[in-house]
Design a protein around this ligand. Structure first.
Ligand SMILES: Nc1ncnc2c1ncn2[C@@H]1O[C@H](COP(=O)(O)OP(=O)(O)OP(=O)(O)O)[C@@H](O)[C@H]1O
Ligand SMILES: [Mg+2]
Length: 331
C-alpha cells in the first residue's frame, strides 16, 4: 500500500498540482488511487478536479463528520471519481472548523468516559476511519493526501494515517529554510505522535535556468540527507493549464490545452497546445517521481511504460526501464 502526504511548511510550493500529478501517474501505472483533499481553501485539489459540488453546503455529509464519527450517510458516497480515473474525497468548508468541532467532541467524550483530555487520541481519528472502519487498504493501492499545513490537528491526523511524506520545495531563500526546518518538524511530529515518519523524497520544483537556481538544484541533488529522484523545472504555463483542463499535466499535454486571446477575451480550449519536448520531459519526470515513491519507498510493482496519446498527433511511448529514458520512441 502506497500512502503519502504531500507536505510543505510554506504555501504555494506546488503541493496541490504535484499531488494531482503523482496521483494520475500512479493510476496510469496500474495503481488504484484515492486522493483526499484536506484543504478547505480555494484553489485546492477539489477545484482542480472540478468535483465537490456540496463543499459549501453546511448540511451535506462530509469527511469531517466521518472523522468525528458523526456521519450523515455512507462513507463511500463521499468518494467521487475524476475523468482520469483517480478517486477523490473532496474538500468541505467544515474542514476549516475542524479543531473547534474536535474540541467539542473531546469535551463531551472525556466527560462521559472519565478520561483526561491528554489521553484522548486526537491525532488518530483519520487513521481509525480509513484503515480500521473503512479498510480502504482492501480497495486502493495508493492513498495521497493534500493537507492544510496550517491546520495542526488535520495535518497531524493526515501524517499519523499516512506515515510518509513527499516534500516539494521551491528555489528561494524561503524554500531552503523550510527544508532546514523539515527534519526538526518531522522529529517533533514523531515525538508527539509516537510513530516513525518516513521522508520518501524531496522534489525541487519551479527550478529555472538562472545560475542561482541551478546551484540550488545541485545542492539538492548532491546531498545524502534525503532522496531527490527528480527536479521539476519552471513549468508555469503547463501547470497553470491544469486548472483549465481540470486535471493533470498529462491531460494538458495529451489533450493539448491552451489559453489564448479570442475576440478580446481569454479562452482555454483543448486541441491548441503545441507538443513540446520539454513538456514531455516534465511528464517523464513526474512519472519517474511516482515510480520512485511506489517502488523505492513502498516496494510496489508498477508498469514502467508511459504512453502518451496526443490529440491529432502520434502516440509516444516512454519506458522508464530503458537505459536512457529521455529517448522517446515514436509509433
Ligand atoms: N513546476 C512549476 N513551475 C511553475 N509554476 C508551477 C509549477 N507547478 C505548479 N505551478 C503553479 O504554481 C501555482 C501554485 O501551485 P499549487 O496550487 O500546486 O501550490 P500549493 O502549494 O498547493 O499552494 P497552497 O499553499 O496555496 O495550497 C499554481 O498556479 C500552479 O499552476
Ligand atoms: Mg494547495
Amino acid at each position: 500500500m502506497i500512502t503519502t502526504v504531500v507536505y510543505s511548511e510554506s504555501g504555494g510550493t506546488y503541493k496541490t498540482t504535484m499531488t494531482a500529478n503523482i496521483a494520475v501517474a500512479l493510476e496510469r501505472m496500474g495503481k488504484n488511487t484515492l486522493v483526499i483533499d484536506l484543504d478547505p481553501q480555494e484553489g485546492n485539489l477539489t477545484s482542480l478536479f472540478d468535483v465537490g459540488q456540496y463543499r459549501n453546503d453546511p448540511d451535506a455529509d462530509n469527511l469531517v463528520k466521518h472523522i468525528l464519527d458523526m456521519p450523515d450517510g455512507d462513507f463511500h458516497d463521499l468518494i467521487e471519481s475524476t475523468e482520469e480515473s483517480v478517486d477523490i474525497i473532496p474538500s468541505h468548508d467544515m474542514l476549516g472548523d475542524f479543531t473547534s468541532n474536535l474540541e467539542q467532541k473531546i469535551s463531551y467524550e472525556t466527560g462521559m468516559q472519565n478520561i483526561s483530555r491528554e489521553e484522548y487520541p486526537r491525532f488518530k481519528l483519520l487513521y481509525e476511519l480509513l484503515w480500521k472502519k473503512q479498510q480502504l487498504n482492501e480497495e486502493y493501492d495508493a492513498v495521497l493526501i493534500d493537507p492544510n499545513a496550517r491546520a495542526e490537528d488535520l495535518l497531524y491526523n493526515a501524517i499519523f494515517a499516512m506515515r510518509t511524506l513527499v516534500a516539494p520545495v521551491k528555489p528561494a531563500g524561503k524554500g531552503n529554510l523550510s527544508l532546514e526546518g523539515l527534519e526538526e518538524l518531522v522529529g517533533n511530529m514523531e515525538d508527539q505522535l509516537d510513530i516513525e515518519i518516513g521522508l520518501s523524497c524531496v522534489v525541487p520544483s519551479g527550478v529555472g535556468q538562472t545560475n542561482a537556481h541551478q546551484q540550488y538544484r545541485e545542492q539538492f541533488e548532491k546531498t545524502d540527507a534525503f532522496a531527490t529522484p527528480v527536479t521539476i523545472g519552471d513549468r508555469e504555463s503547463l501547470m497553470d493549464a491544469m486548472w483549465e483542463a481540470r486535471g493533470s499535466a498529462f491531460k494538458v499535454v495529451e489533450e493539448r490545452w491552451k489559453t489564448f486571446e479570442q475576440d478580446g477575451a481569454m479562452v482555454s480550449e483543448p486541441g491548441h497546445r503545441r507538443v513540446r519536448d520539454r513538456e514531455i520531459d516534465t511528464l517523464r519526470k513526474l512519472y519517474e517521481l511516482a515510480r520512485f515513491i511506489a517502488v523505492d519507498t513502498f516496494g510496489a510493482d508498477v508498469d514502467p511504460v508511459l504512453e502518451l496519446e496526443f490529440q491529432d498527433e502520434e502516440t509516444r511511448r516512454i519506458d522508464l526501464a530503458d537505459k536512457d529514458p529521455v529517448e522517446v520512441s515514436y509509433t
